[in-house]
Design a protein around this ligand. Structure first.
Ligand code: ADP
Ligand code: MG
Length: 367
């Protein structure tokens, strides 16, 4: 997957910018606050319906503007040219894909695949379950045909059940929704379990390369209820009285989680921040690789502030891998990361200044 044009309006400091990135490495350099991360947020927005720094309504729309607008044109490996547009006010949105209006934000997310690594990415390992569920579901949206339908069905049923629980209705009225939750939730969980198993095979290799000192990596998938003991239907029935008291559904796939464990820290010892960061990166690269294997093309890779996140040696390992893969990569930094000097491939450089972008320039031209 290769983005050939990115146009962004009213995203944070960016008023109106347009970028025509190259295949391979693209470097976005500029001072702090210039708008580099904002450009990656624009890509991420199209691919996830939100920024990696939060929801659209949490400050993504430029102060004084009504909506952020992003337009992306990209080519798929098989040659198909695609285009998507999204206008988002923070409350409401309008999306277009290949010339047609889309019904769900998920339709845009399913079309454009971007994997982002940024300074907040360690939350994938050290934070709450929400980003880990999103991570898992992102992979499945892209590689499993029926996952989106299962997910929507489950989400709808959950909303209904929670509304009934809140209104304090009698237990019998919950039967239909328990049934629906179980019917969507069981296969959804089955998909997740398989996916995380597959990802573990990739992670073993990626983590060995990025954090060799921690020993073999493994992933433990937590389905959200005691799945080895109970069907989801039975678990919901057993939890019903408690759920009624609390006013929400206390167990099920919406509470699923996963964690990475290493041979050297079997008792769940906390990882250092640096180790957590590298673990998150290993998970993200494993996910990108899994996508590439199943879809026969790499997702777009966005690495925000690479030099401040990784030392030169780790930068080098990641970039070597990505350059060899042929993926399109975006890297931001206040200057070119040191590891770029070690690479055979030189990046295309864009300069970001005061919310404006100039380039591309090859590094040799001195721009
Ligand atoms: N909603 C907003 N409206 C206008 N400017 C914003 C908004 N949110 C953030 N900014 C500004 O955008 C800049 C942040 O851009 P960012 O992409 O993070 O820069 P960089 O990654 O180059 O350091 C900051 O100067 C910040 O003040
Ligand atoms: Mg930044």
């Amino acid at each position: 997957m290769r983005v050939v044009r990115l146009s962004v309006s009213h995203l944070r400091k960016l008023e109106q910018v347009e970028l025509r990135p190259a295949a391979g490495l693209n470097l976005l350099v500029g001072d702090n606050g210039a708008g580099k991360t904002s450009l990656l947020e624009a890509l991420h927005l199209m691919a996830y319906g939100r920024s990696f720094r939060g929801r659209v309504r949490d400050g993504l729309v430029r102060t004084g503007a009504e909506a952020v607008e992003v337009f992306v044109e990209w080519n798929e490996a098989a040659g198909r040219a695609r285009r998507a547009g999204l206008r988002h006010t923070g409350q409401s949105w309008v999306g277009r894909l290949d010339g047609d209006n889309v019904q769900h934000l998920g339709d845009l997310c399913a079309a454009l695949a971007v994997v982002s690594f940024e300074p907040g990415s360690h939350a994938l390992v050290t934070g709450g379950g929400e980003p880990r569920r999103r991570f898992m579901d992102w992979g499945l949206f892209h590689v499993e045909q029926d996952f989106l339908n299962l997910w929507r069905r489950y989400s709808r049923a959950l909303k209904q059940r929670n509304a009934l629980l809140k209104s304090g209705v009698a237990g019998a009225q919950l039967n239909a929704w328990d049934n629906e939750l179980a019917e969507a939730g069981e296969p959804l969980t089955e998909r997740r379990a398989h996916y995380m198993e597959r990802l573990q095979d990739r992670l073993v290799i990626t983590a060995r390369e990025l954090v060799p000192s921690l020993g073999a990596a493994s992933i433990e998938f937590l389905p959200g209820w005691k799945r080895h003991e109970l069907s989801l239907a039975d678990a919901l029935l057993l939890a019903r009285e408690r759920d009624r008291q609390m006013g929400y559904t206390s167990l099920g796939p919406h509470r699923a989680d996963w964690k990475v464990e290493y041979a050297s820290t079997p008792n769940g010892e906390a990882l250092s921040r640096g180790q957590a960061k590298l673990t998150a990166l290993a998970c993200l690269l494993s996910q990108a690789e899994d996508y590439a294997l199943l879809r026969a093309e790499w997702p777009v890779i966005a690495l925000d502030d690479l030099a401040s996140e990784l030392d030169r040696q780790h930068q080098r390992r990641v970039l070597d891998r990505l350059v060899a893969s042929g993926a399109q990569v975006f890297i931001t930094g206040t200057e070119a990361p040191a590891a770029l000097e070690d690479l055979a491939a030189s990046p295309i450089v864009f300069h970001v200044e005061q919310g404006r972008v100039s380039g591309p320039q090859s590094p040799a031209s001195g721009g």
